[in-house]
Design a protein around this ligand. Structure first.
Ligand SMILES: Nc1ncnc2c1ncn2[C@@H]1O[C@H](COP(=O)(O)OP(=O)(O)OP(=O)(O)O)[C@@H](O)[C@H]1O
Ligand SMILES: [Mg+2]
Length: 151
């Protein structure tokens, strides 16, 4: 699958909110956004900003202890996962998310353990946050229909 990579600097939380605002109109049920990046780089912050744009009114907090939380967006549900504490693919499959993917947007923090079992075509957008000289940057990997939006 053809993929496009772009890197953006995120010098403030507002930059991250702006990125989320630009992505929000593009997402559809069935999309999976994998959020890569180390502790505290902003995966949950980005998820909250994106969900706010999708009409979620609840407070978005880290799903690292509950593993998966469902939010009610204006048009479709959003499934927010953090797989940091999972040890196996079987544990991931036990969450039952694969049956739900088609019905909403899925955001996955620490997706490493699940990438093999996620349908490739749904790996539509992958974000990577990192620290660079005190700043954050994000590498966006876009495939499928997302290709057209980030040229
Ligand atoms: N440009 C930025 N983008 C995102 N978050 C930022 C930015 N600048 C500062 N922050 C702060 O950094 C913190 C990021 O925490 P967050 O919980 O989103 O990280 P995380 O990547 O989800 O970590 P974890 O791996 O523990 O789940 C937040 O407190 C947020 O306010
Ligand atoms: Mg987090």
């Amino acid at each position: 699958m053809e993929k496009l990579k772009k890197t953006y600097e995120l010098t403030s939380e507002q930059d991250t909110r702006d990125l989320a605002a630009s992505i929000a109109p593009l997402v559809k049920p069935g999309d999976v956004i994998c959020l890569w990046g180390g502790l505290g780089t902003g995966k949950t912050f980005f998820s909250g900003a994106l969900m706010q744009r999708l009409g979620v009114r609840e407070t978005v907090d880290s799903p690292s202890f509950v593993l998966m939380k469902e939010y009610h967006g204006e048009r479709f549900p959003i499934f927010h996962l953090d797989l940091y504490r999972l040890k196996s693919k079987a544990e991931f499959l036990d969450l039952g998310i694969t049956d739900l993917i088609e019905t909403g947007l899925t955001l996955i923090e620490w997706p490493q353990i699940a990438v093999d079992v996620l349908p490739k075509s749904f790996l539509a957008l992958s974000l990577h946050f990192c620290f660079e000289a005190g700043k954050r940057s994000v590498e966006l990997v876009a495939g499928d229909r997302f290709l057209d939006y980030f040229v």
